[in-house]
Design a protein around this ligand. Structure first.
Ligand code: ADP
Ligand code: TRP
Length: 323
């Protein structure tokens, strides 16, 4: 069983990315062969600063290693170390109807917001399908928001197989049941809303953010609704079940202020993530080792991709001089 997933380096990783994506990737490493890549070509649709993109790419690798990704078990690599994905993107484009891409929710979101998307945004599902198909992936662990992309990938594999001959395996999504993690303003936590809590952030800055999580103005002594409270939603992700039950009671009973819950949330953050600051600093101080990990995994991934691409070219009649 080969599991594959990608994470876009478009900003510092946050708790939404951890609970929605990274946690599952780390859990799967024990049971599956893992291919996890840093989707830097994907980031180019929005990130237009070369130094920043280089830095974000490195930071995603450092964050994965810090949180326990084992490079002996899992291939952690850069998307761009396998340039064949861009070739496959083109080939998939030639068997895919434009109507399919018109239906992509990411593209439709841009249109709804009246932002004219670049062609990268429009073609994003093709590149994502190429990412998945090129490694003959069996399962793709993603959040619900990515399900449409996986369905498109299955469609595109079918279009190619029917047009030429069966080359691609049908990958399956593996949906996590992670809830949508709220940001400090109560909306979905997202880099684009500026409401994130960083995965391994500076203690002072994180504390300030946690203390500023938006709550309603129920007085301390009154009962509070845990279901509509972002602080409680975050506590639920970090605390043990008995403690969650206790907090639920305290909310419903009244007499506990949001400030107390926030204080506890910060402590839990420190236990889960803050405690890894030193490990992160150690990885950050070893850029050559990080580079070696990415490079050697990239080589292995590329070998798989090259073998698949030879079959794809043969199936559709593309001739290339042998290297
Ligand atoms: P962002 O919205 O910050 O740009 P991305 O779109 O890059 O995040 O998301 C990367 C992964 O993290 C996706 O698989 C997505 O499902 C997950 N993710 C992002 N934000 C959240 C959130 N608030 N709650 C749950 N999962 C999330
Ligand atoms: N589109 C995914 C996201 O926004 C990232 C991604 C790119 C991906 N290529 C992939 C995820 C291939 C799974 C498989 O989170």
């Amino acid at each position: 069983m080969r599991a594959l997933s990608g994470i876009k380096p478009t900003g510092p990783l946050h708790l939404g990315n951890y609970f929605g994506a990274m946690k599952q990737h780390l859990e799967l490493q024990a049971a599956h062969e893992g291919f996890y890549f840093i989707a830097n070509y994907h980031s180019l649709t929005t990130v237009k600063d070369a130094d920043y993109l280089r830095q974000l790419t490195r930071d995603v690798a450092i964050d994965y290693l810090t949180m326990g990704l084992d490079p002996q078990r899992v291939h952690l690599f850069r998307q761009s170390d396998v340039p064949e994905v861009t070739e496959l993107t083109w080939i998939l484009a030639t068997v895919t109807g434009k109507g399919l891409l018109d239906r992509a929710t990411t593209y439709k979101d841009f249109v709804a917001k009246e932002i004219v998307p670049n062609m990268g945004v429009y073609c994003y599902p093709l590149l994502m399908a190429a990412d998945i198909l090129i490694y003959r992936s069996d399962v793709v662990p993603v959040g619900k928001d990515q399900l449409q992309h996986i369905e498109f990938t299955q469609d595109m594999a079918g279009f190619f197989n029917q047009t030429f001959r069966p080359v691609f395996k049908r990958p399956e999504a593996r949906l996590n049941n992670a809830p949508v993690v709220p940001g400090i303003d109560g909306q979905k936590m997202s880099k684009s809303y500026g409401n994130t809590i960083e995965l391994i952030g500076d203690a002072k800055a994180v504390k300030k953010k946690i203390m500023s999580i938006k709550t309603d103005s129920t007085p301390v002594e009154d009962p509070k609704n845990p279901e509509t409270c972002s602080v409680f939603a975050l506590l639920k992700l970090l605390a043990e079940p008995e403690e969650i039950a206790e907090w639920e009671q305290r909310y419903r009973k009244g007499g506990t202020g949001y400030g107390t819950a926030k204080q506890r949330l910060f402590e839990l953050y420190e236990q889960h993530f803050g405690c890894r600051r030193a490990t992160r600093a150690q990885w950050a101080a070893r850029p050559d080792d990080v580079e070696d990990i990415l490079r050697s995994a990239g080589r292995r991934a590329r070998a798989v991709a090259q073998e698949l691409m030879a079959e794809v070219r043969d199936a559709c009649g593309i001739v290339r001089a042998t290297e």
